[in-house]
Design a protein around this ligand. Structure first.
Ligand SMILES: C[S@@+](CC[C@H](N)C(=O)[O-])C[C@H]1O[C@@H](n2cnc3c(N)ncnc32)[C@H](O)[C@@H]1O
Length: 334
């Protein structure tokens, strides 16, 4: 397993912006923010807003109502979200029941392999397992399981989703980005689970150690490093911070890191973790999808949203600006 963290030009840019520099004006706010005791004392953000989380024990009904409200909200502007939510729910249910048999056999084989490996680990949480049917079904027509697929995961926790990705893509290589310090959501912060989180991740992913690279740190800092290193990925799973600013940043940089035809999965899209609507993942996703309209195919929508990138990213902004101003960018640079 490799641990790499060279300083890059992006580090310096982020340091200038105040991220990662303890003496910088935003550092205190972000410190409470990332590793957070959000429930006990909501930290003040750089914009002065005190971010509050919805209470842990809100009723199931209240949670479900908010969740579906977010679904409708995301679907405004992207009606196919609603359609895929309905058809996907039925499709995944049928596959779970064995229909059609080809897809069901595929999922069963993947699940069996995954369970063999995961039985050797020490997992405290199983919430990933609801994704086995949608992921296996979505990946099947796009990727050859034995191809050397490049995978990026933002948010690995104790490694259950990482182990699944390493199992599904038998020759895939996974880069796992995590602070291994937990997140804002009440399940993940300040619990005893955090004490041995990283060593549990190491143990749980040991079967794929030769194909795994850990990048410990905030996604805000690590993803630009990956760009600097000119790394590219075929599958990206975004499941780190669920605060909208972070998700939007992750989405924007991950989009650049994703190959054309590659697949990006966003988790917890409909979770109403935060009281303020715009602080939630749904807002970031809605904004991201609007901005990139026409550049992706929506593959699956529900609690997770899965997109396939249909364009190649070319960074032409500076040239365009130059042309608008009536000069050639090369002339200005030279
Ligand atoms: C929901 S858990 C990931 C669960 C995992 N993908 C799974 O399905 O088993 C979120 C993880 O993201 C990490 N995290 C939260 N904010 C982060 C950030 N800004 N940068 C990197 N990792 C972060 C936390 O440490 C935590 O391990």
């Amino acid at each position: 397993m490799r641990h790499i963290r060279p300083e890059t030009s992006h580090d310096r840019v982020f340091a200038l912006l105040g991220f990662g520099d303890k003496s910088a004006p935003f550092a205190d706010a972000r410190a409470g923010f990332e590793f957070g005791s959000r429930n006990e004392a909501a930290p003040t953000l750089p914009n002065g807003i005190k971010e509050k989380m919805n209470p842990k024990l809100s009723t199931r009904m209240g949670w479900a109502t908010r969740l579906h409200a977010y679904l409708l909200w995301v679907a405004i502007g992207h009606p196919s979200v609603l359609w895929l939510y309905l058809t996907g729910s039925i499709r995944y249910l049928l596959i779970g029941l064995g229909i059609p048999s080809g897809a069901a056999r595929h999922v069963a084989a993947v699940r069996k392999e995954f369970e063999t490996y995961s039985a050797q680990g020490q997992f405290k949480e199983r919430w990933f397992d609801g994704n086995i049917v949608p992921w296996s079904t979505t990946f099947r027509p796009i990727f050859d399981r034995s191809a050397p697929v490049q995978i990026l995961e933002i948010g690995s926790w104790e490694g259950r989703s990482s182990l699944f990705l390493l199992t599904y893509f038998a020759k895939g290589r996974l880069t796992a980005v995590d602070t291994w310090s937990g997140g804002d959501e009440y399940e993940y912060n300040a619990t005893a689970d955090l004490q041995d989180l990283e060593s549990r991740f190491d143990g749980n992913t040991a079967s794929g150690i030769d194909r795994l690279t850990k990048r410990k740190g905030l996604s805000l800092q690590v993803l630009p490093q990956l760009l600097d290193e000119q790394q590219r990925f075929d599958v990206i799973y975004v499941d780190g911070s669920h605060f909208s600013d972070d998700v939007l940043m992750d989405a924007i940089v991950a989009w650049r890191l994703l190959n054309q035809g590659g697949v990006i999965i966003f988790d917890d899209v409909l979770s109403p973790f935060y009281t303020r609507a715009r602080a939630n993942t749904a807002w970031a996703l809605k904004t991201f999808m609007k901005y990139h309209t026409g550049e992706f195919k929506l593959l699956s929508a529900g609690y997770q949203i899965i997109l396939q990138k249909s364009v190649t990213f070319t960074d032409e902004v500076a040239t365009e600006v130059g042309e608008l101003a009536g000069f050639q960018y090369d002339e200005v640079r030279g």
